[in-house]
Design a binder for this molecule. Structure first.
Ligand code: ATP
Ligand code: MG
Length: 255
């Protein structure tokens, strides 16, 4: 029903290579008879931050869960470095270097911060202490609380831990599902700054957000999902400037 609008421009990929990491081709995902993703195409290039935007129920989480192998597409393909990965189970996909920070964080609440981080390194035979140091440098708050039970952390700290845990798996591509959900503006800003820093240090990011302004402020490119279809896509700056986006997602009604 919705028309796809590709905003044409070469801008918005500064600092990124042309190498394609992730490609969704005509991907359709069903829950029983219900079609949640109705044939989407999406590309993430190495080095980029790509924002995946859209309202409640648009299909953002379903898309991430399909990329990381928790759901299988009924039609279409998921390609990683040119190789088909749909059909590969999620625990095997970790070996490909795809990290997923799920919606709602889900830290292991009775384990300490340090133990949670160690769990994130499960694809390796041992925990890389240099990697843990890197996480503690990115998140000094976690360093201070390394022996604290994760369930007693604040919401923002739990989000930091969830991201830190994914980083312990040394992902090449990091999938983040609404990291700003339910957090105060100051903490959201800190989390976004850290996502930017993680990207600068070499990790490609696919960022799901309802917080369109901040996500596009960070991203190279963006896609807007509406009821399982890509309604718009293009360089982040163009999407930010687009009046339809401003009206629908940035709370700016037509003047
Ligand atoms: N386990 C499920 N069984 C049946 N339908 C589901 C299931 N999970 C999601 N859906 C449906 O699929 C559609 C997309 O849901 P999804 O969770 O991917 O949206 P979302 O964009 O992540 O939304 P939100 O911003 O609220 O997290 C919705 O209509 C939802 O009701
Ligand atoms: Mg969701």
């Amino acid at each position: 029903m919705s028309t796809t609008t590709e905003l044409q421009k070469d801008a918005g990929t500064a600092g990124t290579s042309e190498e394609t990491l992730l490609e969704l081709e005509s991907m359709r995902v069903f829950y029983g008879a219900i079609e949640a993703i109705k044939g989407i195409d999406l590309t993430v290039r190495k080095g980029e931050i790509v924002a995946l935007l859209g309202g409640n129920g648009a299909g953002k989480t379903t898309t991430l869960r399909t990329i990381s192998g928790m759901l299988q597409p009924r039609h279409g393909q998921v390609l990683y470095r040119g190789e088909r990965i749909d059909g590969i189970k999620s625990h095997e996909l970790v070996q490909f270097g795809i990290g997923h920070v799920p919606e709602g964080r889900r830290v292991f609440s009775t384990m300490t911060v340090r133990e949670n981080l160690e769990m994130g390194a499960y694809r390796f035979s041992s925990v890389d202490s240099a990697e843990m140091d890197r996480v503690f440098t990115l998140f000094p708050r976690l360093a201070e609380r390394r022996s604290q039970q994760a369930g007693t952390l604040s919401g923002g700290e739990q989000q930091m831990l969830a991201i830190g845990r994914a980083l312990m798996g040394k992902p090449e591509l990091l999938l983040l599902d609404e990291p700003s959900m339910g957090l105060a503006p100051l903490i959201v800003q800190q989390i976004f700054e850290i996502i930017e820093e993680i990207n600068k240090q070499g990790t490609t990011v696919l960022l799901v957000e309802q917080n369109a302004t901040q996500a596009l402020g960070l991203a190279n490119r963006g896609y807007v999902l509406e009821t399982g279809e890509v309604a718009m896509s293009g360089p982040a700056a163009d999407l930010l400037a687009d009046s339809r986006i401003r009206e629908a997602y940035l709370g700016e009604g037509a003047a």
